[in-house]
Design a protein around this ligand. Sequence first.
Ligand SMILES: Nc1ncnc2c1ncn2[C@@H]1O[C@H](COP(=O)(O)OP(=O)(O)OP(=O)(O)O)[C@@H](O)[C@H]1O
Ligand SMILES: [Mg+2]
Length: 382
Amino acid sequence: MPTANEPRQTSVAQAGGGGLASALGSLDAVGLLESLIGNVPGAIYRGALDADWTMHLIGEEIERISGYPATDFLPDGRRTYGSIIHPEHRDQVDAMVRAAVEAGEAFSLEYRIVRADGEVRWVLERGRRIVDSHGSEWLDGVIFDVTERRSVEDLTRQREAEVARVAELEASRARIVEAADAARRRLERDLHDGAQQRFVSAALALRLAQNRAADAELAKLLEQAAAELTAGLAELRELARGIHPALLTDRGLPGAVDALAGRCPMPVDVEVALPERPAPAVESAIYFTIAEALTNVAKYAGATSATVRLTQRDGLVCLEVHDDGRGGADPEAGSGLRGLTDRLAALGGRFTLLSPPEGGTVLRAEIPLTGGRTREQAITAS
Ligand SMILES: Nc1ncnc2c1ncn2[C@@H]1O[C@H](COP(=O)(O)OP(=O)(O)OP(=O)(O)O)[C@@H](O)[C@H]1O
Ligand SMILES: [Mg+2]
């Protein structure tokens, strides 16, 4: 095997077959080194394997990287290269380089240095131990400034963390809405099965007592008590429906929307075409959106009619509530429309309002059938 110093008639193109050393044999090594030192965007160096890594040769690039002239690092210079390594990295870098040297391996390290102006920069240093033709040991390598690359990487990492944080926030918002809806359903069931049943029994008992009462005055009192109880029961039912409509749980959106339309003072044309039943939280959000929209129509629009249209497209439930009233709806003027925006957004949905003066009002909402979560998540949660 020829050594690196032996002149040999070969070309760089053949280097892959004969090895780099044999290819270099035919070259002007000093010229090549000079040209590399001038052209490589890093500081090429040869240092001693001493305690301070004293440089015996180092490219001018080190001045751009460190702010100190190359001559500073040469023997009898003002400083050692080791002295500009960030104090937090110094021992580690020293240990890693020595370990690589001992193992006869090349090393590639990234660490921080402190520049002349005090700025901390990241460098990539690659090198290896070599033994020259006189038997002296050296450390040969190159130092690159990789601060920009590292800050791009840091930025990418931060962005990825931010994206993950936003996704988690959205998921937790959806979970909160779902938990609140589940609590409302439970509350409605408890009212229905508990308090309402007892009040119904009490009203029946009062009616019986009224029929049997011999005293006319007592019968009248019992009748009044029964009437109060029946009115209270109606209020309780209304309250339970506001908390969560039992009809929605039992018959889904088609039945519940019909009931909402039936309570409206003007004719409401309802069209529900949903091939699949949406997730419970989505059903509730749609139901309360329609309830709010129709309440607003009844309160403010002065409309002669309204329509409610519910369809499904591309995994989305699409709602449109339209009235032919006076328009001019303004989400900033109350809390109802703003509350809908938040509720729909929590489930990955969107809400738009078109309400020009005298032009009627169109409220549109779109929500993923699964409430902004994957089908698997929705199935697991249900
Ligand atoms: N369909 C509509 N036609 C005309 N004006 C509307 C319509 N819907 C809403 N508005 C107007 O927009 C305003 C805001 O409505 P929003 O539902 O946000 O609040 P609100 O109904 O006033 O109060 P809340 O809903 O909190 O009881 C209403 O006060 C009303 O002036
Ligand atoms: Mg309102």
